[in-house]
Design a protein around this ligand. Structure first.
Ligand code: ADP
Ligand code: MG
Length: 647
């Protein structure tokens, strides 16, 4: 058994053994609350950490979970094994409602709307006295099983079990294609849609799943406190939850548990001056030690550590000057938040990870990934395949009199294009001539003002980007749109999302359908990386790759979609001469697999070498079309380029 597993077993034993060692019910209840909040934070982290949305409505969802349990018990005498699934389901439905604004607005606006949601829930709980008893609140006894009412200790163990189950399920969801979809939509919503992963759908899923956990937490909380009333589910609680995710460290289950620990313990800490002094001094000592190690290894500079050091030592000194902490609670709390938000942006877990990585030169995550990579068997099958398209030859795509107007500007003015199957069709023209706009029209990012695009005898106008992607049109972007915080391998896996049929249940229970799909996808992803020569960088985060590698990674990701038509928007931009040679080889190989390509390119040598036919745009109009050599010699084309160069 590895150390990691031993630690896990030790932690679980300690968790379950806690009431046997500590008999004081106050402490047992405290740990119970930490576990319950942790369940909510696992869910909140999906929305905040993974999809990158804000929610200040989670106290409201927590309240719904509590009141579903409370009302079902009070009105109908429902037992625990019914109130728990009911709380999860009903809260999940409200989570779907909360997702609706997230589809329209982002950032501060979303914060406001979710805040309003939380407030409305609290007011409704307060006002609907016929159901909720209003401000009087509801009393609930501990759950009973077969006539036996559980004791405090027994209920604590139930919470432990449910928390560990939640941990397992959340972890599995986030490591699956669902979790990758959540992460991808934060890193680049446009690319996510163009990989056939509907941003719309997965934002809603994220909120629904997140709310399910909030509902479970709320339900457990009701039985834990044995009394619920509206003034628990206030805005301050939502803010506290959000802080917990940030302080603990987003995208981390340990972070959620740490965050929960902090928000439960902090009020106690700020009540007790002696405890506060001990903690402040310990933190200061710990920080001085870490700073000393970093400085001696030249990992940081005195300038960088000076201010946080002064802050934390100042806090420790201040704690001894203080005689009474109660008046200063909020000030100290604010000061701590300031330090955390400013200096620990990745939370405690993020800080530890970064520190470890800077000491050892490689992160624990990378080491784990490398280990996982060894388990992937390389596939013998051909990794590239065009989606089933029986017809050979003939027209694959026809663009008919497309007009794309932005205000008064006609970015595309009555453009016709005919793309034949199996060809490489060049699209050239000076900057601002409308090439990228054409790509965006073809992939559903823009809806044309007039005209039609017919792909494989269906119109694509009005379809969503993800529908178009799934119908077989894949693309890359002029300004690279990778999922930056995900590894190269994971980027490709998002492209392979369409190969998954597994649902939430398959993922949560690791049913054979899911494990088979996941291992096949990983094999294929590794094969695709090998195809573009990035196999050795599989575990590198995409944002850390050199620019040229990012561009080919984007091509590999597009190929994962099994496209019939591949749109490349200036793939050679910013590439070195040897990289361009490799790129040409890749493009040729892709074509040999029967994939039709539209190639936007400024490098004339690439266009000449690769394209069968070239269309030229200028000021949104098609001014020439023909074989590369013909086009290059065309008077109008030369003038357009010279005009563009001097303008
Ligand atoms: P190219 O890719 O050929 O360099 P683009 O297609 O990016 O050119 O742009 C063509 C013209 O359309 C430019 O004048 C650009 O400013 C304009 N344009 C593109 N997208 C938008 C948009 N979303 N809103 C307004 N103008 C746009
Ligand atoms: Mg462009």
């Amino acid at each position: 058994m590895k150390i990691k597993h031993l630690l896990l077993v030790a932690a679980i034993v300690a968790l379950f053994g806690f009431p046997l060692v500590v008999s004081n019910p106050y402490y047992i209840h405290l740990v119970e609350t930490i576990l319950i909040y942790a369940v909510l934070l696992f869910g909140l982290d999906i929305v905040v950490g993974y999809t990158g949305q804000v929610s200040l409505g989670h106290a409201g969802l927590f309240g719904i979970g509590s009141y579903v349990a409370g009302v079902l018990f009070m009105k109908l005498g429902m037992p625990f094994w019914i109130t728990v699934p009911a709380a999860i389901t009903i809260t999940a439905i409200f989570g779907g409602l909360l997702a609706l604004p997230a589809l329209k607005v982002i950032g501060p606006y979303l914060a406001m709307v979710t805040l309003a949601f939380g407030t409305i829930i609290q007011i409704l709980i307060n006002e609907m006295s016929f159901l909720t008893e209003g401000p009087v609140g509801i009393k609930i006894p501990k759950p009973a099983f077969f006539g036996h009412v559980t004791t405090e200790d027994e209920y604590y163990w139930i919470v432990c079990v449910l928390m560990l189950l939640s941990l397992l399920v959340v972890h599995r969801i986030l490591k699956s294609h669902l979790g990758r979809a959540f992460e991808a939509l934060r890193d680049s919503p446009v690319a996510c849609d163009c990989m056939g992963v509907s941003v719309y759908r997965y934002k809603v899923y994220a909120f629904i799943i997140s709310a399910g956990f909030a509902g479970l937490a709320g339900c457990m909380y009701a039985y834990s406190e044995q009394y619920i009333s509206p003034n628990t589910y206030v805005i301050e609680l939502s803010v506290l939850f959000l802080l917990a995710v940030i302080m603990g460290g987003r995208k981390s289950r340990i972070g959620a548990i740490l965050g929960s620990f902090i928000i439960v313990m902090l009020p106690k800490l700020l009540d007790d001056i002696h405890l506060f002094r001990i903690v402040a001094v310990s933190l200061a000592v710990l920080f001085i030690l870490l700073a000393a190690i970093s400085l001696s290894k030249k990992l940081t500079t005195v300038r960088k550590v000076a201010i946080p050091l002064a802050g934390i030592v100042g806090l420790a000194a201040f704690s001894f000057w203080l005689e009474n902490i109660t008046d200063w609670r909020l000030t100290i709390f604010g000061f701590m938040i300031l330090l955390v938000v400013y200096y620990l942006q990745d939370g405690i877990v993020g800080f530890v990870r970064n520190y470890y990585a800077s000491l050892t030169g490689k992160s624990a995550q990378a080491a784990r990934d490398a280990e996982a990579l060894l388990e992937i068997k390389p596939t013998d099958k051909d990794v590239i395949s065009a989606a089933s398209d029986t017809s050979k030859g003939g027209t694959l795509l026809s663009v008919k009199s497309i007009l794309m107007q932005f205000g008064g500007l006609k970015a595309l003015n009555q453009v016709d294009l005919t793309i034949e199957r199996g060809t490489i069709h060049g699209l050239i023209g000076p900057n601002g001539s409308g090439k990228s706009t054409m790509m965006n029209v073809l992939t559903g990012i823009y809806v044309p003002t007039a005209g039609d695009v017919v792909y494989a005898s269906n119109s694509v106008v009005g379809k969503t980007s993800s529908e178009i992607a799934l119908s077989g049109i894949a693309r890359t972007f002029q300004n690279v749109q990778l999922f930056g915080e995900m590894t190269a391998l994971e980027n490709i896996l998002v492209g392979l999302h369409h190969t998954f049929d597994s649902n939430l249940l398959d993922v949560a229970l690791h049913l054979p359908r899911y494990t088979k799909e996941e291992s096949e996808a990983r094999e294929r992803a590794l094969g695709l990386l090998r195809f573009v020569g990035l196999e050795s960088l599989a575990n590198e985060e995409a944002r850390n790759l050199p620019y040229g590698k990012q561009r080919v990674l984007e091509i590999a990701r597009a190929l994962a979609l099994d496209p019939n038509l591949l749109l490349l928007d200036e793939p050679a931009a910013g590439l070195t001469a040897p990289d361009i040679k490799d790129l040409l080889v890749i493009i040729q190989k892709v074509r040999e697999h029967g994939i039709t390509i539209i190639l936007i390119e400024h490098h004339m040598d690439v266009v000449m070498a690769a394209c069968d036919i070239v269309s030229v745009l200028d000021f949104g109009q098609k001014i020439a079309e023909g074989k590369p050599a013909e086009v290059q010699a065309d008077e109008k084309v030369i003038e357009a380029y010279l005009g563009g160069a001097t303008a």
